[in-house]
Every structure is written in structure tokens, then in C-alpha cells.
Design a binder for this molecule. Structure first.
Ligand SMILES: [Zn+2]
Ligand SMILES: [Zn+2]
Length: 307
């Protein structure tokens, strides 16, 4: 089995992957139908942005980075050009299509902003996490602020994704032991346990392989220590455990009783095919439900674990 970070062969097959997963887990059909349009829109955005190169990755400062400052932290928003509005409208259509319950609020956003030439200002407010500016923007347009914010951040994700490969090169020889993404600083939406491939076999033998976290924003994967809480850094093994899926023993929610956070994990060591972490979390929603019922909060809020 070949285990390579972010396999390029599967770069553009999100829809195929979604359809296969939907077939495999009919109980989750509703979840797939609600979120597939959005994941497809993310993918369309990524493909569109292969043409976008108007950005410069900040030079990594090893000291700062190794103290836990992600490489893109504090980066000024690059020129998103007309790409942002185009992606924003694709996301908007996808959200209305997948979630009829909020379609009227989304339609109100379309009506209010369709002739707007200030969508990139919205992008900037979301980029800078300037909640006041987002609020002013939403009030001026008389639209739902929560949904506008969701659409703004969903529309920025393909840009983060576009920059992450170059950013990853900058930091490839540097040390990182944090639970949040070394590139963009977001927390993971899932983790994959992978077989130990190379050296250090002795050190790792019998310890269950490597833990790779998947970024909920930029799609980067990074390795962290196996038995540490990515949220609070606790290594208190008495407080780190997991809730297992009854049907599939390779799937679980890792929980931490120090901070009461959880994240979902797939143990891939005996799988013949590596799950695609961009879509796999959708098939683990039953674990989100389980963990949240037991009082744990997700490390990364995604649409499917928070709506
Ligand atoms: Zn990231
Ligand atoms: Zn914790």
C-alpha cells in the first residue's frame, strides 16, 4: 500500500469519491446530498485557482515557526482579483442547492449582492477576521450575517488550498509539534493513522503507526505525536481515549477529557485504499453525533458537525 501525503492522482476526483462513499453508506445519504454540492464547489474553486498566482508566500522564520506561528499567520491578503467573486457565487449556489432550509436567506444574499463590486472587501474582512467589518457589510446589504460569514470563509478556502503546496515547501525541514495547521493555523477536521513506512521502525514498532492531521481549511496534512491532544497539548494518557464506531472498528472519535474536545480518526493501517480526507469526514458524522452527545466539542467546526 502506498501512503503518500496528498496524492496528486486524486486531485480532481472529489465527486467520484463522494458518490462512492454515498453508495457505501446509504444511511448518510442526506448528509451527502446536503454537502456534496459544497465540496464540489470547493473543488471547482481549486481547479479555477490553478490559474491564480498573484501571491507570495512569506519567508519562513524558523524560530518563530518552531515556536508555533503558522507560516501564513499575519500574511496580508493577496490580490484575489475576480477569482473571489466567481468562487463566492459558486459557493452560494451550492449552499442553496444543498440546504433548502436556508435557501431563502441565501437567495436574499444573491439578490442583495449580485451587482456588488465590493465582494473583495468582504473577503478582506473575513481574511482579517474583522467581525465588525463583516457586521457592517451584512447590515448594509441587509442579509444574514452568519450565512454571509460562512460563505465568505468557504470562498477563501480554495485560495488557502492553492497556496499550501508552496508554503509546505518553505517549512519542509522545520520542526512543528502543534495540533493546528503549520500553514494556515486552522484546527484539523480529521486525522489518519498511517502505517510507519520508513526508518525508526524500531521506535515505532508496536505503537500503532503515525498520526497525520488534516487541516479543515487548507487541506494540508502534518504529522504529530500519536498520544497528544491537538487542542490542549495534554499528554495525560488517562484522559485521552476514543469512542469507537460500532460498525466500523477503523473509525473513531478521539476525545480529550482535559479540554473536552474531539476529532474524528480513520485507522488506515489495514485499509487497501487511503481515504480522501477532503470528503471522508462526511462519512464519520455518526461519530460527531456520538461525541457531541457525550459533551465533547469538535476541534474544527465544519458545516456538517455544526449545522
Ligand atoms: Zn491549513
Ligand atoms: Zn485536550
Amino acid at each position: 500500500m502506498e501512503i503518500i501525503q496528498t496524492p496528486s492522482a486524486s486531485k480532481h476526483d472529489v465527486l467520484t469519491g463522494l458518490l462512492a462513499l454515498r453508495e457505501k453508506t446509504p444511511a448518510l445519504e442526506n448528509i451527502f446530498d446536503a454537502f456534496s454540492p459544497l465540496l464540489k464547489a470547493q473543488e471547482d474553486g481549486r481547479i479555477l485557482l490553478e490559474k491564480w498566482s498573484d501571491f507570495e508566500i512569506p519567508e519562513a522564520d524558523a524560530l518563530r515557526f518552531e515556536q508555533g506561528v503558522p507560516i501564513l499567520a499575519g500574511m496580508d491578503m493577496p490580490n484575489l482579483g475576480n477569482f473571489f467573486p466567481e468562487i463566492f457565487w459558486t459557493m452560494t449556489t451550492a449552499l442553496a442547492k444543498g440546504m433548502p432550509a436556508i435557501a431563502d436567506k441565501v437567495t436574499a444574499i444573491i439578490d442583495a449582492l449580485k451587482d456588488s463590486d465590493s465582494l473583495n472587501e468582504l473577503a478582506r474582512s473575513v481574511w482579517e477576521e474583522d467581525n465588525n467589518a463583516i457586521e457592517v457589510f451584512a447590515k448594509d446589504a441587509n442579509v444574514d450575517i452568519a450565512i454571509l460569514t460562512i460563505l465568505g470563509s468557504l470562498s477563501l478556502k480554495p485560495f488557502m488550498n492553492r497556496m499550501k503546496d508552496e508554503a509546505a515547501v518553505e517549512i519542509e525541514n522545520m520542526f512543528w509539534n502543534k495540533g493546528y495547521c503549520p500553514i494556515c493555523g486552522c484546527f484539523p477536521d480529521m486525522s489518519l493513522l498511517k502505517k510507519q513506512l520508513t526508518e525508526n521502525a524500531e521506535y515505532m514498532a508496536g505503537h500503532g503507526g503515525q498520526r497525520w492531521m488534516h487541516c479543515s481549511c487548507c487541506d494540508h496534512q502534518w504529522r504529530i505525536k500519536r498520544n497528544i491532544c491537538p487542542w490542549c497539548d495534554s499528554e495525560d494518557y488517562k484522559k485521552l481515549s476514543y469512542l469507537q464506531s460500532e460498525e466500523t472498528k477503523t473509525e473513531r472519535a478521539d476525545i480529550c477529557d482535559t479540554c473536552k474536545r474531539y476529532y474524528v480518526t480513520i485507522d488506515t493501517r489495514d485499509l487497501t485504499e487511503m481515504p480522501d480526507p477532503r470528503i471522508a469526514p462526511l462519512s464519520l458524522v455518526h461519530l460527531d453525533v456520538k461525541a457531541q452527545e457525550e459533551g465533547y466539542e469538535p476541534m474544527a467546526e465544519t458545516l456538517w458537525n455544526s449545522l
